[in-house]
Ligand binder design. Sequence first.
Ligand code: PXP
Length: 239
Amino acid sequence: MNIDHVATIRNARGGDHPDPVRAAEIVASVGGDGITAHLREDRRHIRDADLRRIQEATDLPLNLEMAATDEMLAIALAHRPHAACIVPEKREERTTEGGLDAAGLHNQLAPIVARLSDEGIRVSLFIEAEERQLDAALRLKVPVVEFHTGEYAHAYLDGDGERIERELRRVADMSALAAKNGIEPHAGHGLTYENVQPIAAIPQLAELNIGHYLVGEAVFVGLEAAVRRMRELMDEARG
Ligand code: PXP
């Protein structure tokens, strides 16, 4: 689970409630596999101090989403999360819109990937499910890619069956290609109870990162119930 939006609600009032660390503890208690958090340049989600607190509060692996900057590299090296997912970051965007241009940014990414990998941090790149980006990830020798499912989620919202199928095929094909080339594929963005199952059913996908919808559902049913339900749907889809 991506716990960023618990922090977004906290930050709306500037205090310490609701605490994303408490969310991480609940995720751990209901059998979640990992915690994802994005330390953004503007700190609009989690804050620096949250990182250590999350790491101390649970044994779940922490996946730190980070921009490819020197500042974030230094923070990642200081905290040594289990994994670091490099994401594109634009100050004015509401959320991470679109994947990282791993192909165009090879020279900027290569030293960052190398430094993180040298420290034993599992590096992932958040990319579009496109062969060009997957090729770039292979050249950068990352062990993991996370495919951006935003277009798939939009197609679902629009109820456009043809686009849903096309987007699903894209993620499925690139997941198979990634696995064939020794890269572990993950996916995430915009996943909900309604649209998660076709993605969860893609056999090569080893991890889904889901945030905003779960926090939204938690308002109505509680975080524990929301995580459990999402997990049930994912497990059901995988048979
Ligand atoms: N994976 C990555 C790399 C993300 O940046 C995000 C949030 O933008 C997510 C997954 C989760 O997306 P959502 O909050 O829409 O579930």
